[in-house]
Write a protein that binds this ligand. Structure first.
Ligand code: G3I
Length: 305
């Protein structure tokens, strides 16, 4: 296999990229996406502020453009994300508990119903835990007004809205074994023991020198898989360049392939110039869409050439 997507497919995995609707008209961007990737995540277009900017008024245009582009070319789509404290419109934060609960459930239901059958996996709840050693929940309108039960409620609503979509919890700085990943682990274990629907855990995997690929990355993915959920690498990018960056990328792919329930990898952008990071070169393609050493390391780790 000589593309990321086809090599991953031979290993029973997908290899995806975060995509921006307003770049799809750029020939090189679309060509690279179409050739190399077999899964797509809208980078911003399925966030709450994009889909429901005012209460009950949904606009699916930009998100639909990405979904149509992907599905007409046989690519699967990850939905990102239904319940998150960021990119949340002001009207949501202003609601009292009763209205917030119904707004959350309505948002999940409307969005998942619109995309029923078209989305492989949904990030139902994103980034609900704090960084650091406390393992505590992060303050957010949902946490502060609805309490710990909001995550369970969101997943139950999501299951009812699209019973065939895989329902994921997604977070960052949970890639190795640490207090934050332990907190997510305990949540998933509790959900599995009580029959609360959850199918997958997303590990964002934004790496840099302050937060490198952890040495226990594979072991951490495996312990979640052992709870009976799929694991996915959902927003991969790695600061750096050259052979050092390439080695780190290769190690991430190798870790995923070593875990049978690691079902796929998504990189958080295509060329370096469109990364969410304000500087640096964290992706697989340079600004001219030339394949970087990191690209070749990923392809080789996937068994392609
Ligand atoms: O669309 C507006 C545009 O109208 C406006 O003129 C412009 C001016 O700043 O802003 C545009 O919105 C920006 C948006 O990206 C779309 O480009 C926002 O300012 C900017 O903050 C937003 O950044 C996104 C970020 O999430 C916001 O939290 C990044 O593109 C996106 O890559 C990033 O992705 C997150 C994941 O969703 C969750 N995990 C972390 C990851 C990286 O931060």
């Amino acid at each position: 296999a000589d593309t990321l997507g086809s090599a991953a497919a031979e290993k029973g995995r997908y290899f995806g990229a975060a995509v921006a609707a307003n770049r799809l008209g750029e020939a090189q961007y679309a060509a690279t996406l179409n050739t190399e990737f077999n899964s797509v995540t809208p980078e911003n277009e399925m966030k709450w502020d994009a889909l429901e900017p005012s209460r009950g008024s949904f606009g699916f245009g930009n998100a639909d453009r990405i979904v149509d582009h992907a599905r007409s070319r046989g690519k699967s789509v990850r939905g990102h994300t239904l319940v998150w404290h960021s990119q949340l419109p002001g009207w949501v934060s202003g609601l009292g508990a009763t209205d917030l609960r119904s707004a959350m459930n309505n948002h999940i239901t409307q969005v998942m119903t619109h995309y029923r059958g078209a989305i492989h996996s949904w990030d139902v709840v994103n980034e609900a835990f704090q960084d650091g050693s406390s393992g505590a929940r992060r303050s957010s309108p949902f946490q502060d007004k609805l309490g710990n039960g909001f995550i369970e409620e969101a997943f139950r609503t999501a299951r009812a809205a699209d019973p065939n979509a895989k329902l994921c919890y997604n977070d960052y700085n949970t890639d190795g074994v640490n207090a934050k990943s332990n907190a997510v682990y305990n949540l998933v274990r509790d959900f599995k023991s009580r029959g609360v629907p959850i199918d997958c855990v997303g590990f964002q995997s934004h790496f840099n020198s302050a937060s490198p690929v952890p040495s226990d990355y594979r072991a951490n993915l495996q312990r979640f898989a052992d709870l009976g959920v799929d694991v996915q690498i959902t927003e991969l990018d790695i600061e750096g360049s050259g052979t050092t960056q390439a080695t780190h990328y290769g190690n991430v792919v190798t870790a995923c392939l070593a875990v049978s329930r690691c079902t796929g990898i998504t990189v958080w952008g295509i060329p370096d110039k469109y990364s969410w990071r304000s500087s640096g070169t964290p992706l697989l393609f340079d600004d001219n869409y030339t394949k970087k050493p990191a690209y070749h390391a990923v392809l080789s780790a996937l068994g392609g050439s």
